[in-house]
Design a protein around this ligand. Sequence first.
Ligand SMILES: CC(C)(COP(=O)(O)OP(=O)(O)OC[C@H]1O[C@@H](n2cnc3c(N)ncnc32)[C@H](O)[C@@H]1OP(=O)(O)O)[C@@H](O)C(=O)NCCC(=O)NCCS
Length: 372
Amino acid sequence: MRRFRSYTLKRVNLNEISVLCSKRVVIMTSDKVLDLLNRLKENGITVWIDGGWCVDALLGTQTRDHADLDIAVHRKDNAKLRQLLEREGYKEEGRDDSSVFMYYMKNEAGDGVDVHVFEYDENGNNTYGVEYPFGSLTGTGIIAGQEVNCIAPNFMLKFKTWYEPKEKDIHDVQVLCEKFGFELPTRYAARKNYAILETERLILRPLTLSDAEIAYYGWTGDAEANKYVSWLPHLSIEDTVQWLKDVAWDQTNAGNMPRDNYIWGFVLKKTGELFGSGGLIWEKDWQLYQVGYNISRSHWNKGYTTEAMRAVLRYAAQTLGIKRVAGGHAKENPASARVIEKLGFVYDRDAITPHVDGVRHFDSREYYLDLY
Ligand SMILES: CC(C)(COP(=O)(O)OP(=O)(O)OC[C@H]1O[C@@H](n2cnc3c(N)ncnc32)[C@H](O)[C@@H]1OP(=O)(O)O)[C@@H](O)C(=O)NCCC(=O)NCCS
């Protein structure tokens, strides 16, 4: 029988290699992942998602960008899988630890698929390839609303804590523990503050660059949804990409970086759909955070923004230690006025808010809310 390679060792090596090779950052978006999974399914090939995408699938929402997709495949399907990937334009990229049962395929666009081949005998003993423990390939997750096979949560936690963590691994372990109620290992707890918030119907999570398209077509590029805000609607997806870069914040260091903005993506738990964003924006002139939000029109008037912002305000008080926040709205924006009212803000004064275009202005109302 052949000697198995250590799964632990492999993970360490892969992480190191992927950093060395990552001169150009290509994101394996949820669309690309689902396209590929659907192609595999059409061809009768079963795979299980591993790695970072597995964590996000288990959570039911994407919490960070992923450079590639890790998949586990049974030995019996491996030849078919490899042929299909080659037909789709993927070529093997040699790595230090590549072997017939562990190989990395990349297409011209730079999308990467990391394949781990395994085999069990009838008693559940590993007989070939990567030693997935028996029972580990029993997870179910959701990617962009679609159910996928993946590693079971308890095994994913084991895999993720078997090696020296990088920032993204700390993130993955924290969100897994939070979601599934696992005890957070001490070395991952030191930087706990990870800001995924959950409400009855929503998950609030960091926005990632791969959200650009959905945000642009949903709310950042919609003139109607930006009628009463002081910035301009985005004119292209590139504007939204720039905005996403501007609002990115180091979630693992939350609370240690005053004066940053804290913006979350609002996601429907039921479908995994990202439909808006909002949070706390630092107002230098006031030396206060101001609440701000903007969501797709299709989701207006269902109470989502109020629900999301209640969680944000709780987080502001409990985790960030913020004592007072400001709020405001254009007088002609009754929906925003109602959100401010439902959140319990106290009216402060009337004001004139200039638009970023330097021409327009809004007659507005300003409020504050003390947090306890
Ligand atoms: C403001 C905004 C974020 C509110 O989001 P939302 O999820 O629809 O908010 P909620 O459902 O929690 O609350 C909206 C409230 O406004 C009320 N409302 C909506 N339109 C209204 C109108 N024309 N007149 C009076 N009330 C109105 C709704 O009935 C609801 O109140 P209710 O819960 O008492 O029924 C959303 O309208 C939006 O994205 N607008 C564009 C961006 C924007 O203006 N942002 C605010 C900048 S200050």
